[in-house]
Design a protein around this ligand. Structure first.
Ligand SMILES: Nc1ncnc2c1ncn2[C@@H]1O[C@H](COP(=O)(O)OP(=O)(O)OP(=O)(O)O)[C@@H](O)[C@H]1O
Length: 238
């Protein structure tokens, strides 16, 4: 579903992502982990065609993300970093707006599913500007999955969500991949990655230091936090 080859992004003299190659197979829940400023969001922006790579390629669901960004965004469910829905629309209007752009049928049924699953039906007529941060995040999460995409590329999907909603979202994501969906998520919350991801990648200073199965780590006696800290602190950039 995702094939990145030597993906690189320079912002002036800063190399945000440095020759990252990775692939994500159908039905996989892949988590990209890394400290602040390590390149996670830039990776996600290149995979979703929001930023053109300086070098390298990203193929997403068979499309070149730099050559056909609109095609990629049509297919993929996306949560951009710290996205805010339009202030002047209500929660329901926003979901209808997204459904309209995506030419979806059964719009009310689709919206109702998300109002119920994430428990914010009582907020559907509230203007987005007046929603709490957590409710805005529920809305952003809902729009990403409204068209039932086969692939979701989601930046910090659990940010601002309370533990109850986090549980629902984690269960949803695991069920989604069990049903054949594929998820590429970024997070700095290691417990989330350890709990729900099949495979993780660790990025630091734009370089992919590690990619492997969580199960293999656990089987070899590692727990994710010390493994991650050793890896990142031990990275000399050599
Ligand atoms: N538009 C931009 N212009 C210049 N530099 C940028 C831009 N976007 C990101 N960077 C730089 O690229 C590097 C990687 O940033 P990025 O946002 O991808 O990291 P991140 O891992 O998502 O960080 P965080 O966890 O803090 O959100 C940082 O040094 C950042 O300052």
């Amino acid at each position: 579903m995702i094939e990145a080859e030597s993906l690189t992004k320079n912002y002036g003299s800063v190399t945000a992502v440095n020759r990252v190659s990775l692939s994500v197979a159908e039905g996989e829940l892949f988590g990209l982990l890394g400290p602040n400023g390590s390149g996670k969001t830039t990776m996600i922006r290149m995979l979703t065609g929001q930023v053109r790579p300086t070098a390298g390629t990203a193929r997403v669901m068979g499309l070149d993300a730099a050559e056909d960004p609109i095609g990629v965004r049509r297919l993929v469910g996306i949560i951009p970093e710290q996205e805010t829905p339009p202030s002047f629309l209500t929660a329901e209007e926003y979901l209808h707006f997204v459904a309209g752009i995506r030419n979806l049928d059964r719009v009310r049924e689709r919206c109702d599913r998300w109002f119920d699953l994430l428990e914010f039906r009582d907020k559907k007529d509230v203007l987005c500007k007046d929603l709490s941060r957590g409710t805005r995040q529920k809305l952003i999460f809902s729009q990403a999955f409204l068209h039932e995409p086969r692939l979701a590329i989601i930046d910090e999907p659990l940010i601002n969500l309370d533990p109850i909603v986090q549980r629902t979202v984690k269960d949803f994501l695991q069920e989604y991949v069990r049903d054949g969906g594929t998820v590429f998520l970024s997070t700095h919350i290691l417990e989330i990655a350890e709990e729900i991801c099949d495979r993780i990648g660790v990025i630091h200073n734009g370089r992919l230091l590690y990619a492997g199965f969580v199960e293999d780590l656990v089987r070899s006696g590692h727990s994710l936090e010390p493994f991650f800290l050793d890896l990142v602190r031990g990275d000399t950039g050599a």
